[in-house]
Design a protein around this ligand. Structure first.
Ligand code: GLN
Length: 326
């Protein structure tokens, strides 16, 4: 691409801010959705909180609204435990234990594929297996490595909220059931209680929309955090993760999400959404009220508006690459 066409494609910070403010004001009006209620810590979160952050692949961050309020990352962490499981074991090994097919079912569905594998790493069953594949002597060490990995992607150290962790343990029987089912199917070979402990701890990790935007930009930037310059994962692992995020990251809405918004993304029941526009932007959005799939209502609407405004759909025909005659 020539310097001129680069300039033509550059979006000014002022434009980004004006667009973010417009989308935030418009989408804040949406009144649908219920905050997650399976644990008191999430049920008590203020439903009006709403933050949007974008981070360019060069590390420039712009935010609007409650982008510096910490929230429970929940399933947003699943993209990163998958990445770490691949870094530790290689994709072929991980694929033997966790599939890469959209499940077409709720995030906590109790169903394995015909080979006994969970459908993909972005739903609970799959994330329980990827957590078990992260190298570490015990649950604490596995969790610490996952938390450090997420922290490297966010550019600051992140930790789990202890009250959320304890509530996850108290209400986690469905996840335990999944663990035992997968152990009997031999897709999970580690100890169930220990694996679940590391899984519950990672669900309880907290971050802000700003952090999530930087994490998304790390994925947009081939695995290098553009703010700190630290390589968090290999380029190939990064490609693997954003691919599975694109097909499976939004639970049972993944197909329509890809159709309408067209970005690799991962949501969580804490109201967070991470989206990553390859080579361009990371997007972090936080708004607690959820739709029937467990995705944040406002985050979906805001991401969709952003993607439309900036033509971020991955199938959008950008500047064409040419093939030289020789
Ligand atoms: N802690 C939740 C669970 O395991 C996380 C799920 C989610 O964000 N969808 O059920």
């Amino acid at each position: 691409m020539s310097a001129t066409s680069n300039q033509e494609h550059a979006i000014s910070a002022d434009t980004v801010m004006a667009v973010l403010e417009g989308i935030h004001a418009e989408v804040a009006e949406l009144g649908m959705g219920e905050v997650a209620s399976y644990i008191p810590e999430l049920a008590e979160v203020d439903p009006a909180l709403f933050g949007i952050a974008v981070c360019s692949a060069a590390g420039n961050v712009r935010t609007v609204g409650d982008a510096d309020v910490e929230f429970s990352l929940q399933s947003v962490t699943k993209a990163f435990s998958y990445a770490l499981a691949i870094e530790d074991n290689g994709l072929d090994f991980v694929l033997q234990r966790v599939g890469a097919e959209p499940s077409g079912e709720p995030f906590n569905a109790i169903r394995l594929d015909p080979t006994g594998r969970p459908p993909n790493p972005m739903v609970n069953a799959g994330a329980i297996v990827t957590t078990s594949l992260v190298h570490g002597a015990d649950a604490r060490e596995r969790f610490e490595r996952i938390a450090q990995f997420l922290g490297a992607a966010a550019g600051r150290s992140l930790s789990a909220n202890d009250a959320v962790y304890r509530s996850e343990v108290l209400t986690g029987d469905r996840n335990r059931a999944l663990g035992f089912l997968m152990r009997s199917a031999e897709s999970l070979v580690a100890d169930v209680d220990e694996t679940l402990d590391a899984y519950f701890l990672q669900c309880a990790i907290e971050a802000t929309a700003r952090d999530v935007a930087v994490m998304g930009a790390t994925l947009a930037n081939g695995g290098v955090n553009p703010v700190t310059g630290v390589r968090v994962m290999t380029e190939r692992t990064c490609e693997n993760v954003v691919t599975v995020m694109a097909s499976c990251g939004m639970y049972d809405f993944s197909g329509e999400w890809l159709l309408r918004v067209g970005l690799p993304a991962k949501s969580g029941v804490g109201g967070g959404l991470l989206a990553s526009s390859p080579a361009e932007f990371g997007i972090g959005i936080f708004s607690p009220p959820l739709d029937e799939n467990g995705n944040s209502v406002r985050a979906i609407a805001a991401a969709r508006a952003l993607a439309e405004r900036f033509d971020l759909h991955i199938m959008h025909r950008g500047a064409p690459r040419t093939l030289s005659a020789r």
